[in-house]
Design a protein around this ligand. Structure first.
Ligand code: NAP
Length: 455
């Protein structure tokens, strides 16, 4: 697999090493902020891509198979750009999200701030007029803390102005350059020697910088922690480097199964289900209209057992799916089916359909398996990418009305799938009908560019 690792962190380096050792062709990219980064050579691209569009162009030009976002939890812009570029190109994206300090045993004793401005205000309160604040938030957000009078800021690399000189600091401020990992004894010494009254840090969660939290607890120094910015929705996440390798391997492995193959229409018994499953004949019919294509994304809204999402992901190389399910028990069941039949290729999001799909990457196909409401159908239709396919099934008269209205408004095909299965009646056999499904299927065509029309 040709993998792009968005790095700039220790995690990024470890992901690159682990994937290279596993035989993948890895390119690492760095923002190029630090001198060490700028010195990196082969298989490393330095500097930004020029926003999401630039990254999307680069992914296509370099024929990248997958992207691993291992940037720092506070490098939120890059994560959003990666999500947008993945959505635009269909190149699968995984986020390596190392656990934060929210689960630290002393997390409840710290002051949590939503952003740097709030952290600065909290630090000013806690430090009082003469108190010295230790800032370990990196160099970029230092501007938010300018209102603090007595500061020791520790940064990995000194801020520089355009000429490469350290800019003048406010009186009462000292900036020191240092890189982790930091030892507990040294952190204790720093707090005592420098007379630190309050410490401010970000919820980076890195083991290499955790000693300061223990030192602060021992010295009774209050801690202010800036919460992580929310990342983009709909991106699968793993907490470890091993998880990244497993995800890439699952993505790369050809989904060939010697018993069943990859043609849609697996037996119902292949799935753990509670009866609410799109039955085999009707499922195969739905997938024929959804048309799984390599690296494309399906939303399976009301995923139930996850059967449609699983079959979609198995049918084309690199195809991915997001299942949305309101019922936690069914969501857990779908995850078990995915783990067995299409590991790493389908995510399940729990929640109400309308709320859950907001913010997901735009789909190439959408399946709605039942209990379809007009607002959900319309919302899905309008975010469907050009050339995208929608298939909606209904078994009730009410849903049939909704599907007929969509058919009138957008065209496509309306079909009724009646299936009867021969079952024993005593020594003989008779037809047992499945509940008939009304199916609306439609392709969202690319609008014709006026300028491209023949005169
Ligand atoms: P950011 O705000 O998310 O990104 C700003 C811009 O920098 C991006 O739009 C992108 O430019 C470019 N960029 C960022 N990461 C990149 C990468 N890995 N490869 C190529 N371009 C990248 O990021 P930031 O907070 O400035 O952080 C910059 C780098 O330092 C990241 O790689 C991050 O992992 C690392 N880092 C950050 C922190 C932190 O606290 N923020 C801490 C430790 C390490 P384009 O839009 O032109 O593509």
């Amino acid at each position: 697999m040709h993998v792009l690792v968005l790095g700039g962190t220790i995690d990024g380096r470890e992901v690159t090493r682990a994937l290279t050792e596993a035989g993948h062709d890895v390119v690492t990219s760095l923002a190029g902020r630090t001198t060490a980064a700028r010195r990196r050579a082969a298989d490393t691209v330095i500097g930004g891509f020029g926003g999401p569009e630039g990254l999307a162009r680069w992914l296509s030009a370099e024929r990248i198979d997958a992207v691993v976002d291992a940037t720092h939890p506070f490098a939120s812009q890059m994560s959003h750009h990666a999500a947008a570029a993945s959505s635009a190109t269909g190149v699968p994206l995984l986020r390596l999200d190392r656990p934060g300090w929210v689960s630290h045993p002393r997390a409840g004793t710290w002051t949590w701030a939503d952003d740097h401005a709030a952290a600065a205000a909290a630090a000013a309160d806690l430090a009082g007029p003469g108190g010295r604040v230790l800032l370990t938030v990196g160099r970029q957000p230092l501007g938010h803390y300018r209102g603090l009078a007595h500061v020791l800021a520790r940064v990995a690399e000194m801020p520089r102005d355009a000429r490469g000189d350290p800019p003048p600091q406010p009186p009462g401020w000292t900036i020191v350059e240092d890189r982790g990992p930091y030892e507990l004894a040294a952190e204790r010494g720093l707090l005592t020697r420098e007379g630190i009254a309050v410490m401010v840090t970000k919820d980076s969660g890195a083991a290499a910088t955790a000693a300061k939290l223990d030192a602060a607890a021992e010295r009774g120094v209050p801690v202010v922690v800036v919460r992580r910015p929310p990342g983009p929705g709909g991106v699968p996440r793993v907490p470890t480097v091993a998880g990244v390798v497993a995800w890439i391997e699952a993505l790369g492995s050809s989904p060939v199964d010697t018993e069943w193959g990859t043609t849609p229409g697996l037996p119902d018994e292949a799935f753990e289900h509670d009866g609410l499953i799109t039955k085999r004949h009707q499922r195969a019919g739905a997938l024929a209209f959804l048309r799984p294509l390599p690296r494309q994304l399906l939303w399976d809204v009301g995923t139930g057992s996850g059967a449609i999402a699983v079959e979609w992901a198995r049918a084309a190389e690199g195809a991915r799916a997001i299942g949305v399910e309101r019922n936690p028990e069914r969501a857990a069941r779908a995850r078990r089916n995915i783990e067995r039949l299409a590991p790493g290729r389908v995510d399940v999001i729990e929640g109400d359909a309308l709320a859950a799909i907001a913010g997901l990457p735009a789909p190439d196909a959408v399946f709605l398996g039942g209990g379809v409401s007009a607002p959900v159908l319309e919302a899905c239709w309008h975010v469907l990418r050009p050339g995208g396919r929608i298939v909606a099934h209904g078994v009730t008269i009410e849903t049939e009305g909704v599907l007929a209205a969509m058919f009138r408004a957008h065209g496509g095909q309306l079909a009724r799938l009646g299936v009867e299965i021969a079952e024993p009646i005593g020594r003989f056999h008779g037809w047992t009908p499945l509940r008939a499904v009304t199916q609306w299927s439609c392709v969202r065509h690319i609008p014709l560019d006026e300028s491209a029309r023949p005169a």
